[in-house]
Design a protein around this ligand. Structure first.
Ligand code: GUE
Length: 292
């Protein structure tokens, strides 16, 4: 079997179009959805991602602003910036780009963001709401993966889903979202004994570890949907995922490429969450997650 390649870029654009309608409705009522992105230091990859986020906001007609802070900023000063944005009525979404320098506590930063403006969904309250099945803001990357699965009409209910990776921002929320949609979910890590035993069970395989070539064709069930969240830069400067794309695409039913798969969707979901936040804070529009 040769897999259908899931065109994340095209689906991301379609999703952006859907959220643009909701943004336009808000704008017609005098509310311009606004996103503030804080970036600390000069990590080149972070700069690329932030640029993509700003461009997506611009495409949908949202306000966005980037606050570039020096790598040696104190934690207290960063927290003060967040508090100012919490209080700013023109800003509906706040995102602090990770990773942060070692002298700053990620936890403290994420807990300082107003829960209602936490468009990353990384605040402990929002993580807890997700666990309880009462999602406020779904974290953008797993939300994007779910959206890709649903747009491709891949069934979730009753299916075996395997998530490789257990981070708070991708693996764990991903597993919970699939669980809420009725999948039977296994969470593995790169250290799982006989990882292939689990991955071969998967009808839906989501990989978010950050290790190129981790998943090879022999580890994949014929016809499975394979969603690759990995982003790794090779020595030659090429971007690759965690899945050995060339071999796995001959066996899977569906597969996402890197680049052009999950990455662009992550950014569309950030746009979605910013519009949602603006609806909720203004009391206009439904403020509801749409079924993707
Ligand atoms: N607070 C926070 N929120 C995040 O959502 C967040 C973060 N920190 N830190 C880093 C990760 C990573 N991430 C990506 C976003 C877009 C692409 C993306 O646009 N990828 C393109 C290629 C981009 C390129 O050329 O490098 C693609 O896959 O086609 C990738 C990765 C968001 N993250």
């Amino acid at each position: 079997m040769t897999a259908q390649i899931i065109d994340g870029k095209a689906i991301a654009e379609q999703v952006r179009g859907e959220w643009k309608k909701r943004a336009d409705a808000l704008k017609a009522q005098g509310v311009l959805p606004g996103l503030a992105v804080i970036i600390v230091g000069d990590n080149p990859a972070s700069k690329v991602y932030v640029r993509n986020k700003v461009r997506a906001c611009h495409d949908v007609g949202l306000h966005s602003e980037v606050h570039e802070l020096p790598a040696d900023i104190t934690e207290a000063m960063l927290l003060k910036q967040i508090q100012d944005l919490n209080a700013n009525p023109d800003i509906h979404g706040i995102l602090v780009q990770l990773p942060l320098p070692d002298h700053i506590s990620d936890d403290k930063v994420l807990e300082t963001i107003d829960v209602e403006k936490d468009v990353d969904g990384f605040h402990l309250y929002n993580l807890g709401a997700l666990v309880a099945g009462n999602t406020v803001f779904p974290p953008c990357t797993p939300y994007g993966v779910q959206c890709l699965i649903e747009h491709t009409n891949i069934p979730i209910e009753g299916q075996n889903a395997v998530v490789v990776g257990r981070s708070n921002i991708v693996g764990k929320p991903m597993a919970l979202m699939l669980l809420h949609k009725g999948a039977t979910v296994s969470i593995c890590t790169s250290k799982t004994r006989d990882l292939a035993f689990y991955t071969r069970l998967a009808d839906i395989l989501v990989v978010a570890v950050g290790r190129p070539g981790l998943i090879t064709a022999d580890m994949v069930k014929e016809g499975a949907a394979v969603l690759d969240v990995g982003i790794n830069r090779t020595d030659e400067g090429k971007l690759v995922g965690d899945v050995d794309f060339e071999s796995v695409k001959e066996k899977a039913g569906h597969i996402t490429p890197v680049p052009g798969g999950v990455g662009p969707m992550t950014i569309s979901m950030l746009v979605a969450n910013t519009v949602l936040a603006a609806e909720r804070l203004s009391g206009l529009g439904s403020g509801k997650l749409q079924d993707t």
